[in-house]
Write a protein that binds this ligand. Structure first.
Ligand code: ADP
Length: 586
């Protein structure tokens, strides 16, 4: 029952709703004691031939009034108890989502999206159940069960009550056992089904690869096996279900058997009337639900507690990247300087960056190149504070990025990541993501700068074309250019293009870079690229290797030095010459 203590803060907060709900629930239980009693009285009256229309009418009116009260009470307690539990789910869901938005990318790297989704859905549902069904089953099993037993003892016979109650603990135990078994098996069946779903999704998405490698048969085999697994797990659920109902029916039957046989003896001996036995049997029927509820309660609270524990554990994780004490509340701008002595990722021993020292004047362009894994993305992401550097500092306009508020720092930066992401929304909405109120004129202006305007017009619905999961499929290059337009719309002080031109052709790349140059007066740009033509006009080019700067300078000086940069540049020129059929874009 720890979950009720754990959720005490919420029950306190909603005490009036719960109190009213519980009072009406108990009122409802109390009223339900009446019909069996009335039936017994009427049966006895019939037997004694004392039932007059007036007596019958009186009881009918009483039952009708009780019915109306019970109806109203039932409506109120459901509203109060279930309403509160749904509101608790909303509160936890909001908290969790808010918490997720505060987390740094490292948090999401360490966890599977599927698990986080499960916490936001299944776990919250289990806690909601504890705060709704849990309270209902707790109150019902205690109050309704108690009232029925008291009615049986006081209105009928304590001896018969004792006899009839013998199988009841088994009923509660069987309910608890089978409900738990059913839940576990159902969970396994669901997990198998979602795995099968993932498999189908992956197969459809990757159908080209499967066909290209001639793996259709192997995939079909794997699917057949997984499908059989889903079937066997569902049959296990059906088996548990098939055992559940007959067991309960059997135990209930035992209760009736005991009460009717012993009750009949009492009636024959004259210690009980037929009417009382009738009432008793009806009360017995009313005792079944509280006993089932008692059994269910264990499962509900157990699941609720485990789920609540998982949610709390998630909520306790503090965001790694936070505003430092006294952080300034303004958007930084000015010259950029990097002074990184050492940056080591958690669980790594070799630094990802070492001795990175350079400066850029406001408005200049930096080019970062190097082999894959040389540290280009790490260097650029440090500026965004996706993670913090303990041994080093980055300054903008002479001010450490750690001394301004995170939100303001990010306002200063437009970041186009390597793994661009478009939402399932229109192209216009995707471009205006960081500025939802942007005018169509501005959206079109940045789309032109990113060289995507003409492509967009080719779609039937133009800027209103829906993209992403539920929309049209765009090429990698189109996605990249929409991402660039998105970053340009906020007209950032510092624009970071992290290998964001890799999927566009050299000619388009050239056009975009020229447009940036012409339109970003006095604004700084940091570009990392594999294709060196993307950074050849940069004011400063850094060549990274194993996290260290191995070459630095302008294109001309690096060419003159004739090291990795120069040889790579010549090789890429040659490749481009072959691809373009003899045209070199410089
Ligand atoms: P590049 O952008 O030049 O390909 P990265 O900056 O992505 O290089 O990676 C530099 C090095 O840091 C690589 O060895 C990579 O494995 C490592 N690295 C990158 N991101 C992480 C991370 N989140 N955790 C641990 N190591 C990382």
């Amino acid at each position: 029952m720890r979950i009720f203590m754990d959720l005490w803060w919420y029950f306190k907060q909603e005490k009036w709703k719960y109190l009213i709900g519980i009072i009406f629930l108990m009122c409802s239980s109390l009223i339900s004691m009446l019909p069996p009693y009335v039936v017994g009285v009427i049966v006895d009256a019939i037997r004694k031939r004392t039932l007059t229309p007036a007596v019958l009418g009186k009881w009918v009116v009483i039952l009708a009034v009780a019915g109306v009260i019970s109806y109203t009470a039932g409506f109120i307690w459901r509203q109060m108890i279930f309403g509160s539990s749904v509101r608790l789910a909303r509160l936890l869901r909001d908290r969790l989502f808010h918490h997720f938005t505060k987390m740094s990318p490292g948090f999401f790297n360490k966890r599977r999206i599927g698990d986080l989704m499960a916490h936001s859905t299944n776990d919250i549902l289990a806690v909601q159940d504890a705060a709704g069904e849990g309270i209902l089953t707790l109150i019902d099993s205690i109050s309704m069960g108690g009232m029925v037993i008291i009615s049986m003892i006081t209105l009928v016979s304590w001896k018969l009550t004792l006899i009839a109650l013998i199988p009841m603990p088994f009923l509660a135990w069987a309910t608890s056992y089978y409900a738990s078994l059913l839940h576990k098996r159902f969970h396994k069946a669901q997990a198998a089904f979602s795995e099968l779903n993932d498999k189908v999704q992956e197969n459809i998405a990757g159908v080209r690869v499967i066909k290209a490698f001639g793996q259709e048969e192997a995939q079909k085999d794997m699917f057949r096996k997984q499908s059989a697994d889903v079937v066997s797990k569902n049959i296990a659920v059906a088996k548990a279900d098939a055992l559940f109902d007959p067991t309960i029916t059997f135990i209930v039957g035992m209760c009736y058997l005991l009460s009717l046989s012993f009750g009949a003896v009492f009636v024959v001996h004259g210690s009980m009337t037929i009417g009382q036995l009738t009432s008793f049997t009806l009360y017995l029927g009313q005792l079944i639900w509280p006993m089932l509820a008692f059994g269910l309660l264990f499962n509900i609270v157990e699941r609720g507690r485990a789920s609540y524990g998982r949610i709390c554990k998630l909520l306790e994780i503090r965001p790694e990247i936070v505003d430092h004490k006294g952080a300034l509340d303004f958007v930084p701008s000015g010259n950029v300087s990097f002074n990184i002595n050492n940056l080591i990722y958690p669980k790594k021993t070799i630094p990802a960056l070492k001795d990175i020292h350079f400066s850029l004047s406001q408005g200049q362009t930096l080019g970062v190149v190097g082999k894959t894994g040389s540290g280009k993305t790490t260097l650029l992401k440090l500026m965004l504070r996706e993670f913090d550097c303990e041994d080093g500092d980055i300054q903008i306009g002479g001010l450490s990025i750690y001394d301004v508020k995170l939100a303001k720092l990010r306002e200063a930066i437009g970041y186009v990541p390597q793994d661009h992401f478009l939402f399932s929304a229109t192209i216009a909405e995707n471009i205006a993501f960081a500025e939802p109120g942007a005018s169509m004129k501005d959206i079109e202006r940045v789309a032109k700068l990113a060289n995507i305007h003409d492509d967009i017009l080719e779609f039937e619905e133009g800027y209103d074309t829906v993209v992403g999961e539920r929309g049209v499929t765009l090429s990698g290059g189109q996605k990249q250019r929409i991402s660039i337009a998105r970053a340009l719309l906020i007209n950032p002080e510092i624009l970071i293009l992290d290998d964001s031109l890799s999927a566009v052709d050299a000619h388009t790349e050239e056009a975009i870079l020229q447009a940036l140059k012409d339109n970003r007066d006095n604004k700084t740009t940091l570009i990392s690229a594999h294709r060196l033509s993307a950074i050849q006009h940069a004011d400063l080019i850094l060549v990274l290797e194993d996290g260290q700067i191995v070459e630095r300078g302008t294109h001309e000086t690096l060419m003159a030095n004739d090291n990795w940069y120069a040889s790579m540049f010549r090789r890429q020129q040659l490749e481009s010459l072959v691809e373009q059929g003899g045209v070199i874009y410089e």
